[in-house]
Design a protein around this ligand. Structure first.
Ligand code: ADP
Length: 405
C-alpha cells in the first residue's frame, strides 16, 4: 500500500479539497477523464455524508497492490456518533459510481472503502506511483486554508494515534488485572489443600527425616501463599477493591505489639527500636503491619547477617508521624531509588542473587497512599538504606515513651 495524499474532512471547504486531490491523483495515474470524475465524485459524496453526520473524519487516497493490476483506493474514516446510523442511505450514489464499496464500524470508528482497478493501459508502475506521491508531498498547500487544514490533519492523526494507544493500554491493563485476580484465586485453593495435608502428615507418626522434608514442603507452601496473597493484593489495590478497616489507634501500642513478633521475622539480625511520643492515627492495623513487615523483611534480605536494623518513629510539625527503617546492607544507586516502588521492579544485579518478585514495595506504596501518607527511601550504595513512610496524625501527641531493645 502506498498513501498518496490525505485530507481532513470536516466542512464544505474540505469537501472541495477532497474532490480536488482525488481527481488530481486519478489524473496523474493516467485514468480516463470519466473514471477520474467518477472516483472523485464518489469520494466527495461519501465525504459530504461524513461532514453532515459527524464533522470529524479524514480521507486517504492510496494505491494498493505490489504489481499490476494496481488499485486506486479511497479510505474514509470518521468518528461514529449516534447520528451516523443513517449514513448508509446517503451513499447510494457513491456505490453506483464505484461498485467496489465497503463500510464497517469498529470501536466507535467508521471506515468506508472505495476501490477502483487501474487499467493496464494507464501504465502504472512503482516509479509512477512514487512520482505521484512525491507530487503531493512537494505540492504544498495552495491556499492558506489548505495549509491550516494540513496542520489540523496532522493534529487529528496524532490525536487518533494516541487515543488508540490509550485504549489499547487500558484494555491490556484490564486484561492483566483480570488474569492476576483469576490466577491468584485459582492457585490459592490447591495450595491451601496442600498445606492442610502437610500439617496433617506432620501430626501423624513419621520418621525424623520425613518430618524434616514435610517441614520444608510446609515452609515453601507458606512462601507461595504469601506470593499469591501479594498478587491478589495488587489486583485488589489496582481495582480499588481493597477495603480498609481503619480505626483510631494509639500508634506506639500498635508498634509495640508488632515489634514483639519481628525478631522471628529477622532472627539473624539485631533489631534496634527508637519510638518517639505516641500519637493517634487512623490506620488499618493489618495493612500497616504488612508494610512494616515488608520493609523489615527487605532490610534483612538485603543486608548481611548480624547487622543492625533500626526502626524509629518521629512525629513532626506537619501533623504526621514518620516511621523509618534503616539497614546497613547493599543499598542502591541514586538511579534506582525512584524506580523501586514501581510494580515488579527489581534492581538488576540484585535479582540474580536474591529471590523476589518486586511486588512488596509497590503494594506498600499503595497502602501508604491510601492512608494519606508518603513513602520514600534514602540510600548510599554499599552502605545501606533508610525506608520511611508518613501517616497523618489525628490528635496531638499524648505521652512520651522511649524504648530501646
Ligand atoms: P522484592 O524484594 O521481592 O524484589 P520489593 O518490591 O520489596 O520486591 O523490592 C523491590 C526492589 O527494591 C528489590 O528487588 C531490591 O532491588 C530493592 N530493595 C528493596 N529493599 C531494599 C533494601 N533494603 N536494600 C537494598 N535494596 C532494596
Amino acid at each position: 500500500m502506498t498513501q498518496l495524499v490525505q485530507v481532513a474532512v470536516e466542512n464544505e471547504m474540505d469537501l472541495a479539497l477532497a474532490y480536488k486531490k482525488s481527481i488530481k491523483a486519478a489524473e496523474l495515474l493516467g485514468l480516463s477523464i470519466s473514471t477520474q470524475t467518477s472516483f472523485a465524485t464518489a469520494v466527495s459524496e461519501v465525504c459530504r455524508e461524513v461532514i453532515d453526520k459527524t464533522h470529524e473524519g479524514s480521507v486517504s487516497i492510496e494505491i494498493h497492490g505490489k504489481k499490476e493490476p494496481f488499485q486506486i483506493v479511497a479510505i474514509i474514516t470518521y468518528k461514529e456518533t449516534p447520528k451516523v446510523g443513517s449514513l448508509e442511505a446517503g451513499l447510494k450514489y457513491a456505490r453506483k459510481l464505484v461498485p467496489q464499496f465497503s463500510s464497517s464500524v469498529l470501536n466507535g470508528k467508521g471506515t468506508i472503502i472505495l476501490q477502483m482497478g487501474i487499467p493496464r493501459a494507464s501504465l502504472v508502475n512503482s516509479e509512477k506511483i512514487l512520482a505521484v506521491k512525491n507530487y503531493f508531498e512537494n505540492a504544498g498547500p495552495n491556499t492558506p486554508y489548505e495549509e491550516v487544514r494540513q496542520r489540523n490533519l496532522q493534529l487529528f492523526l496524532t490525536n487518533e494515534k494516541s487515543e488508540l494507544a490509550l485504549w489499547q493500554s487500558e484494555y491490556l491493563n484490564e486484561q492483566k488485572n483480570e488474569f492476576l485476580s483469576v490466577a491468584s484465586h485459582e492457585l490459592r485453593t490447591p495450595l491451601t489443600i496442600l498445606k492442610a495435608f502437610t500439617q496433617l502428615a506432620l501430626r501423624s507418626e513419621c520418621s525424623p527425616v520425613t518430618v524434616a522434608y514435610l517441614k520444608k514442603v510446609d515452609a515453601q507452601a507458606t512462601k507461595m501463599q504469601m506470593l499469591i496473597q501479594q498478587l491478589m493484593d495488587i489486583s485488589k489495590l489496582e481495582n480499588r477493591e481493597a477495603d480498609y478497616n481503619k480505626e483510631q489507634t494509639d500508634f506506639n501500642s500498635f508498634l509495640n505489639e508488632i515489634i514483639e513478633l519481628i525478631p522471628q521475622l529477622v532472627s539473624s539480625h539485631e533489631l534496634m527500636i527508637d519510638l518517639d511520643e505516641s500519637v493517634i492515627v487512623s490506620i488499618d492495623k493489618l495493612r500497616i503491619e504488612q508494610v512494616i513487615h515488608n520493609i523489615i523483611g527487605n532490610a534483612a534480605k538485603y543486608s548481611p547477617n548480624n547487622r543492625q536494623i533500626r526502626l524509629s518513629s518521629k512525629s513532626n510539625s506537619n501533623k504526621e508521624v514518620i516511621v523509618s527503617i534503616q539497614d546497613y546492607g547493599i543499598g542502591m544507586s541514586p538511579t534506582e531509588l525512584h524506580k523501586i516502588f514501581d510494580k515488579f521492579y527489581r534492581v538488576e544485579q540484585v535479582s540474580r542473587k536474591y529471590n523476589g518478585l518486586g511486588m512488596g514495595l509497590y503494594i506498600s506504596s499503595k497502602i501508604i497512599a491510601d492512608h494519606g501518607g508518603k513513602i520514600w527511601v534514602e540510600s548510599v550504595e554499599g552502605s545501606g538504606c533508610t525506608f520511611s513512610f508518613s501517616i497523618p496524625l489525628i490528635i496531638i501527641p499524648v505521652k512520651k515513651e522511649r524504648i530501646t531493645v
